[in-house]
Design a protein around this ligand. Structure first.
Ligand code: HEC
Length: 386
């Protein structure tokens, strides 16, 4: 990845960067209104919705922007993959760092889901250690650590400081240091990508206004299955839990944990794996020459007069891969009622149902918390499993 000039193929990367800036500023405002302790967290969310409608809109924008960041980052990855950036000998590090950025992004996602401390948040706080506990050897210790060390303050610090700083360091190596070198053009880069991000920003603004998270209970109480088909950023986490819904024993962690991890690792280290086979003349140093060798253009250059159009074909290729990918994520997670937890779990149904239990760290007292399958089933089909 050699950012020499403005190029449409950095479109999604640039948009993701721009959306990250939006997250930074909207997040900054949210920290002024949020109270990071178990007792006040949800109440402070409620008061935002009841008293500061503009801040509430910012909070919903923060949620929707998170979805678009993950989507654009994945599109950016698909694009770089189709362009075979991993063959770029000089760019190995950029590729690896770009892949590693996914890790703090997932961290931001999980901590962001926990912060509101309603039932979905509580569920995530319980499910994530269960999931981590499945990892071989270090799993049980990691699980204990995650449960024992959990406090709302620490979750907030992880969300606003630790993960953003890790992401920033990785992004510095991935693209920021290069971008700074292109002095005069930097402002142009931001203007152009700001304009390119405009459709996304408008979508976020409208979605945040039209489809807010129901956090005003008991004033607004959703139906149990509300939000079942609504794309949300937690899809990208929930899809990993789908095997736990249907399978028992080793199959669930195999499909939900080890396989995704293996795919991630092999993608991250792809330049280091492939290079040993692709030596000599195939070792390209310049991004443009890679583009000429890409599978698509290798086919299309045989069609007379099709040269420039190969980019169009590449774009169609990205769309196809993206549709297949997001389609399967959608199919796997569509029945997840993102908004409906509050329909049963609200304070009108009594304290027991309205507030996450105070014994949430004591798994001996709450044996159901050890049962990942029950938790996942209750998440996806709350009307059937309790
Ligand atoms: C249709 C009503 C309904 C909906 C919707 C619902 N729940 Fe529940 N949930 C219940 C009932 C009833 C119980 C109590 C089960 C029990 O007491 O054993 C429960 C229990 C739980 C528990 C265990 C509580 C404990 O004290 O151990 C968790 C966690 C939970 N729900 C999370 C969720 C989440 C997350 C959602 C949204 C995805 C959700 N629920 C949606 C009805 C619902």
């Amino acid at each position: 990845m050699n950012i020499k000039r403005l190029h449409w193929w950095h479109f999604f990367g640039g948009v993701a960067l721009f959306l990250l800036l939006i997250q930074f500023f909207s997040g900054l405002v949210l920290t002024m209104f949020y109270l990071p302790n178990l007792h006040d967290a949800y109440a402070s969310m409620n008061s935002i919705y009841n008293e500061h409608s503009l801040v509430a809109w910012l909070r919903d924008s923060h949620r929707w922007a998170a979805l678009f960041i993950v989507v654009t980052v994945i599109l950016h990855l698909i694009r770089s993959f189709i362009r075979r950036d991993y063959l770029n000998g000089k760019g190995k590090m950029f590729w690896l760092m770009g892949m590693l950025v996914f890790l703090p992004l997932i961290g931001l996602l999980i901590t962001g889901l926990i912060l509101p401390w309603e039932w979905r948040a509580y569920w995530f706080m319980e499910m994530v250690p269960n999931y981590a506990g499945e990892i071989a050897f270090i799993g049980p210790a990691l699980k204990d650590f995650l449960i024992d060390s959990f406090t709302m303050n620490r979750t907030l610090v992880a969300h606003v400081l630790i993960f953003p700083v890790i992401a920033l360091v990785l992004l510095e190596i991935h693209c920021l240091s290069k971008m700074r070198k292109r002095k005069g053009k930097l402002s142009r880069y931001f203007i152009v990508h700001g304009l390119l991000a405009l459709p996304f920003l408008m979508a976020i603004a409208v979605l945040a206004y039209a489809l807010p998270m129901p956090t005003q209970d008991p004033e607004i109480i959703p139906m149990p299955l509300e939000g079942a088909y609504l794309p949300t950023v937690e899809w990208f986490i929930l899809i990993l839990y789908v095997p736990y819904l249907h399978m028992k024993g080793f199959m669930a962690p195999l499909l939900g944990l080890y396989l995704p991890f293996l795919i991630f690792l092999s993608l991250a280290f792809l330049p280091y794996i492939v290079r040993s086979r692709e030596v000599g003349d195939r070792q390209a140093s310049d991004a443009d020459s890679i583009n000429k060798r890409s599978v698509l253009s290798r086919i299309t250059r045989w069609i007379p007069g099709f040269g420039p159009q190969s980019r169009l074909l590449a774009a169609i290729g990205i769309c196809m891969v993206a549709i297949t990918m997001f389609g399967s994520i959608y199919a796997g997670t569509a029945v997840s009622p993102t908004m409906g937890c509050n329909s049963c779990h609200n304070i009108l149904s009594g304290v027991r149902m309205g507030v996450p239990p105070a014994t949430f760290k004591e798994r001996i007292k709450n044996p159901v918390l050890e049962n990942s399958q029950w938790m996942v089933q209750h998440w996806f089909y709350p009307q059937h499993y309790w």
